[in-house]
Design a protein around this ligand. Structure first.
Ligand code: BGC
Length: 555
């Protein structure tokens, strides 16, 4: 099965699920997840109802940055299996109707990559120009340092050749030089290789940083956009149907530019929205969400935001104001170890202290916002984190499958696991695990599965429709509509910790009734006055506005 056989806009209606191969399931008892393990668990994705798996980097790597330090783009890290295992995994995923996108780390490589080894072997090396070198570390001073907890400069001295090399992330991750035409082509060849194997797309890592320019902060430069347009054209021509998803953690207008005119990325993470969801929650005020949506709509029709709550990194607070960052730390990271760089290294369930109504409301939000929801493995069972682990490892612990040994992740001795299992109540594997929650009708896992199924009934409207914000008299409730043709969906989310009442102005819908989307329960008809609602703390409603009970329940 090839992605081009399908609806070309599939990614706008889909639900994505992010997981590291390492953390999902260990098939050979060495304490590390692998491709055969992923294969054994493929039915889990269909059970959950997601459409596309996003795999974190699984390439050969010294693993000093969770595999984002690639030392060979063409081979699988031996801990995870072989290329044959990968191909089999992909084939089986496709046979179950699942798509697979893979991480493409294209801004930098590991200092162990052959390209860099060659480049640093001599100033005359043919690969020298594939990296960015300088006699001084004074260049590009306006470029910020991203990993501020570990790096002091974006330049590192290379003793052997007596020059500095440029890196936006760890010093062991030299940046590639996109000014060099051979390098540009070499990266396209990497794309060709994996696309040729049949992957459905690429999550492109750290896209804003490809080029440098003295007069700028070295982010989002016009040359960077040109390169991605080139890459897009290449995949459209050679591998139609392949989807490109941008990781551009930027302010709204800069992030949206990665869609180009519909000729650059198909998708980009909605980094502007993500922290503002948590800010809105802390402030019990819908305004931060409404205003960021206003700044991020109006993208080309063939593009989609990727809407997420958490991922494998810290909850990044680089693109918020100082005041907003203080509020976030105050609300969600009181203990210093919870912070990392400019962010918070916690999982969703610990951020909201496993408050079930809040977890439901937040998921209800990402399932219905403009864009494609992207879930992070383990969040569907309220898995916890471990802030005692270094870097971002605390949010990358083994998936919790059962209440048995090693949470059912691996048969090895617990000491041999790549990471300890989360054992702290109430996030521990004894309760937060797939088996226990599958058997419990009222579990968060089963709640989410039902919501995913309900969303599927409305995926045309939610995936392709517009958003509007009816007038209300209570900013504590986020009220929005998703509209497409004659389907009108109304969503209300009470961000407050208290019960609330509110009026919603729905003049164009007078005479219709709100039908609760999951149960199809009719509410009283909309009259000429604003509609009155009462809501429990942190509760939500999904309605379809229809003329009568017998009308179509979905689109
Ligand atoms: C990835 C991080 C990684 C960094 C450097 C990112 O933005 O998401 O996990 O550390 O790129 O590759």
């Amino acid at each position: 099965m090839n992605s081009s056989d399908h609806d070309p806009l599939w990614y706008k209606k889909a639900i994505f699920y992010e997981t590291p191969v390492k953390s999902f399931f260990d098939s050979n008892g060495d304490g590390i997840g692998d491709f055969r393990g992923m294969m054994e668990k493929l039915e889990y994705f269909t059970f959950l109802g997601v459409d596309c798996i996003w795999l974190l980097p699984f390439y050969e790597s010294p693993m000093k940055d969770g595999g984002y330090d690639v030392s060979d783009y063409y081979s699988i890290h031996p801990d995870y299996g072989t290329l044959e295992d990968f191909k089999e995994f992909l084939e089986k995923a496709h046979s179950l109707g699942l798509k697979v996108i893979i991480d493409l780390v294209l801004n930098h490589v590991s200092d162990q990559h052959e390209w860099f080894r060659e480049a640093r072997s001599s100033r005359d090396s043919p690969k020298r120009d594939w990296f960015v070198w300088s006699d001084t570390d004074e260049k590009y001073r306006n470029a910020r340092i991203i990993f501020i907890d570990t790096e002091k400069s974006n330049w590192t001295w290379d003793e052997g050749t007596g020059q500095f090399y440029w890196h936006r992330f760890y010093s062991h991750q030299p940046d590639l030089n996109y000014e060099n035409p051979e390098l540009r082509e070499a990266v396209k060849d990497v794309v060709r290789f994996w696309a040729g194997l049949g992957v459905d797309g690429f999550r492109c890592d750290a896209v804003p940083y490809l080029f440098e320019d003295e007069e700028t902060n070295c982010e989002n430069l016009p040359e960077t956009h040109l390169y991605f347009k080139e890459l897009r054209k290449m995949v459209d021509d050679e591998f139609p149907g392949i989807v490109l998803l941008a990781e551009a953690n930027q302010w709204p207008t800069d992030a949206a530019k990665y869609f180009g005119d519909g000729d650059e990325f198909h998708m980009a993470f909605n980094f502007p929205l993500m922290p503002r969801i948590f800010i809105a929650l802390a402030k019990e005020d819908s305004l931060p969400i409404v205003s960021v949506i206003a700044q991020t709509i109006g993208i080309p029709d063939n593009c989609a935001w990727g809407v997420f709550l958490r991922n494998h990194d810290e909850l990044t607070l680089e693109m918020v104001t100082d005041e907003e960052r203080d509020l976030m730390y105050q609300e969600y990271a009181k203990v210093p170890r919870m912070r990392l760089n400019l962010g918070i290294r916690r999982r969703l369930s610990t951020l909201v202290e496993q408050d079930r109504p809040t977890m439901e409301m937040l998921h209800s939000l990402i399932l219905t916002m403009p864009g494609t929801p992207i879930l992070y493995y383990g969040d569907e069972i309220g898995m916890g984190d471990n802030i005692e682990l270094g870097d971002r490892d605390g949010v990358r612990t083994p998936m919790q499958w059962t209440s048995g040994k090693n949470a059912g992740f691996s048969s090895t001795d617990p000491e041999k696991l790549y990471s300890p299992i989360v054992t702290r109540a109430p996030y521990s594997y004894e309760i937060a695990n797939v088996e226990t929650q599958s058997e419990l009708n009222t579990s968060f896992l089963n709640w989410l599965r039902k919501m995913i199924r309900t969303r599927r009934e409305y995926s045309e409207t939610i995936g392709l429709g517009t958003i509007s914000f009816p007038k209300t008299d209570n900013r504590k409730v986020l009220v929005y509509m998703r509209n497409r043709d004659d389907v009108h969906l109304l969503f209300l989310l009470n961000l407050s910790r208290e019960p609330v009442s509110l009026h919603v102005e729905l003049p164009e819908f007078e005479g219709l009734k709100p039908f609760e989307a999951r149960s199809n329960t009719p509410f009283p008809a909309i009259g000429s006055d604003p509609y009155f609602f009462t809501m429990a703390p942190r509760s939500f409603f999904w309605f379809q506005l229809r003329s009568d009970e017998n009308g179509e329940a979905s689109d």
